[in-house]
Design a protein around this ligand. Structure first.
Ligand code: ZN
Length: 78
C-alpha cells in the first residue's frame, strides 16, 4: 500500500470503500481509530495517523471507534 499520507487522508475524507481493511486512521485528538469508511466527521489531517492494521493502531494506544467498529473483521471477504 502507499505510504503517502495525503493520499490516505483523501481516501479517508472520501470514505473510499476500496480502502476499508487496507488501512486504519488513528485520531490523536480523540485517541480513537477508525476505518476509512467511518461516517464520523473527518478529523483534521494534522490529527491523523495511519496504520496498516487495527492491531497496530491499538498498539499505539488508540481505542476502536464505536461507530465504525474497526476491531471487527469485514463481514464479507475481499
Ligand atoms: Zn469510526
Amino acid at each position: 500500500m502507499t505510504h503517502d499520507t495525503a493520499a490516505l487522508y483523501s481516501a479517508y475524507a472520501a470514505r473510499d470503500a476500496r480502502f476499508d481493511g487496507v488501512f486504519y486512521i488513528g485520531v490523536t485528538s480523540t485517541g480513537i481509530y477508525c476505518r476509512p469508511v467511518c461516517t464520523a466527521k473527518t478529523p483534521k489531517a494534522t490529527n491523523c495517523r495511519f496504520f496498516t492494521s487495527a492491531a497496530a493502531a491499538e498498539k499505539a494506544s488508540f481505542r476502536p471507534c464505536l461507530r465504525c467498529r474497526p476491531s471487527w473483521r469485514p463481514a464479507t471477504p475481499r
